[in-house]
Design a protein around this ligand. Structure first.
Ligand SMILES: [Zn+2]
Length: 71
């Protein structure tokens, strides 16, 4: 198992918590994101776009575009 240390509390981490966070651009909410946090002190270790929400949003937009497509 891959383990590391929290940079703040220095606890050995074998897992992290995931929490929802909105990702905005120019103060407008654009994407669903996730933050990876230390389970001991809740320090944010990393933030990224939520891949599951991104997939669902793409499927929704493609389905909407196909409904309006008239060849
Ligand atoms: Zn920590």
């Amino acid at each position: 198992m891959n383990v590391g240390k929290c940079p703040k509390c220095e606890a050995t981490l074998s897992s992290v918590n995931i929490e929802h966070v909105d990702v905005s651009q120019n103060f407008q909410s654009r994407w669903h994101g996730v933050s990876y946090t230390c389970p001991h002190c809740r320090t944010i270790l990393s933030v990224s776009i939520d891949p599951i929400s991104l997939k669902a949003d793409i499927v929704k937009e493609v389905a909407a575009a196909l409904r309006t497509f008239r060849p």
